[in-house]
Design a protein around this ligand. Structure first.
Ligand code: PHE
Length: 446
């Protein structure tokens, strides 16, 4: 009997499927949970402009760099960085894998809250005191159970592989998400008070932009929202085969991600203002989503049950398609590095992330600390390394990979110089500012 050939590495079936999975990774809780709050309190339209500047000036160059590293090496982050930068860069790869794992562990706790509100809206079981309700569901046994469920569903998809798991899920879920959100935005546009909501969200407040923390917040938010600095994009791109235009894809992802962030604000603020709940939003970063909106939906009776279910379903879809990419970072490392079978690797990482997330499901203080430490500081530091690696160490290879199939020397030149100069400097400043805000413990860690 002849031996069967080893199956080749998994890959994306279509370019469209790949882009949908990438947008799925980018569009997540960051867009709907963090963006609206940060923008409305941080300067409205002025914040949005600064944010866009970061997305296109810093985010897209790094996104393109991660795509180039992934496609050129065809392997998971630790091995990928080793291959292009040498063994010293393995540690940076290890930092990415750690970040992916750590973010997954608490991200799925927040996703769990969304799942809980979704289930309770359908059951009509949300009490009128939504602040008390949220305090009850955000920590404790219930939070742990919904966190475990989220990890389990994520693992179920990821164990199916790239083509039959992640790509297939993203191809169904992402269009669904856009339709749900667009429908909600149209509905909330018809509410009285919509104008005040839009104004609250977008009225430019220039003075808040003089605060360095707001600027650093915009950069960190852009970074998190594009799924950068933790190897997620490198990992997804490592399953590419072919000659796609990487800058083109990066721009699609940047535009898709930013439009959903804006759409999220256009959905939420009219509702919040229609029901006179602006104070709730200002009081607490989770206030808009988990306290004000459930209350608003409740006041609408049966229609509210339906609208609430649609909203939280959309949010859950956004979150889980991001969670796929975090889990895949670690799983692909075990497959490529140790030859582990995908199923076993997925199970192992899922169990570990489930356990690691339990503290975040028990303490909100811990959750916000680790979110800032890893979800803001560490990934931005990861970005500095990506910029240095592609701009200085691997610049020739990177430039060639960037424009594989369509030589474009000027684009290569501009991109490499951005990565050499502006990008790492801005990211390093952001990193320092973020760590300073975190206090003595984080300063000691770095
Ligand atoms: N981009 C996702 C969001 O906005 C979060 C994420 C970060 C996903 C890093 C993968 C990697 O919610």
């Amino acid at each position: 009997m002849t031996e069967l050939p080893r199956p080749a590495r998994d890959s994306w079936k279509t370019s469209a499927g790949f882009v949908l999975a990438l947008v799925g990774s980018a569009v997540g809780l960051g867009n709907l949970w963090r963006f609206a709050y940060t923008a409305s309190t941080g300067g409205g339209a002025a914040f949005v402009l600064v944010y866009l500047l970061f997305v296109f000036g810093i985010g897209i160059p790094i996104l393109t760099a991660e795509l180039a590293i992934g496609r050129a090496t065809g392997t998971s982050p630790i091995r990928a960085l080793d291959r292009i930068g040498g063994p010293r860069w393995r540690r940076v790869g290890g930092m990415f894998v750690f970040a992916g794992f750590a973010v997954l562990s608490y991200y799925s706790v927040i996703m769990g809250w969304v799942g809980r509100v979704l289930v309770d809206s359908i059951r009509g079981a949300i009490p009128s005191d939504t602040a008390g309700y949220f305090a009850g569901i955000s920590t404790g046994v219930g939070a742990v159970l919904f966190h475990l469920t989220g990890i389990a569903i994520t693992a179920l998809v990821v164990q199916g592989g790239i083509r039959r798991g992640i790509e297939r899920a993203a191809t169904i879920l992402m269009p669904t998400l856009f339709i749900l959100l667009a429908a909600l935005a149209i509905w909330s546009f018809t509410l009285s008070g919509a104008g005040a909501g839009y104004a609250f969200f977008l009225r430019p407040k220039l003075d808040s932009l003089l605060d360095g923390r707001v600027i650093a917040g915009a950069a960190g938010q852009a970074f998190f929202s594009l799924s950068l600095g933790m190897g997620a994009i490198i990992t997804y791109a490592s399953y590419l085969q072919g000659q796609q235009s990487l800058p083109g894809q990066a721009v699609i992802v940047g535009l898709g991600d930013t439009s959903v962030a804006l759409l999220g604000g256009l959905v939420t603020f009219p509702i919040v203002f229609h029901f006179g709940l602006a104070d709730v939003v200002l009081a607490n970063p989770s206030g808009a989503l988990f306290i004000a909106l459930p209350q608003a939906f409740q006041q609408l009776g049966a229609a509210g049950t339906l609208l609430g279910a649609i909203f939280f379903l959309a949010l859950y879809i956004a979150a889980i398609t991001s969670a796929f990419s975090m889990l895949e970072v670690v799983v692909s490392g075990l497959i490529d590095g140790w030859g582990a079978p995908r199923r076993r690797a997925t199970l192992l990482v899922a169990v570990a992330a489930a356990l690691a997330g339990i503290p975040a499901a028990l303490s909100l203080d811990y959750l916000s600390f680790i979110d800032k430490l890893v979800g803001e500081a560490l990934i931005v530091l990861g970005g500095v390394f990506i910029a240095v690696l592609t701009g200085w160490v691997w610049s020739r290879g990177a430039a060639a990979e960037l424009t594989r199939g369509f030589p474009h020397p000027r684009l290569q030149f501009a991109w490499i110089w951005l990565l050499r100069t502006v990008v790492p400097i801005v990211l390093a400043i952001t990193f320092v500012t973020t760590v300073r805000q975190l206090g003595p413990l984080a300063e000691a860690l770095f």
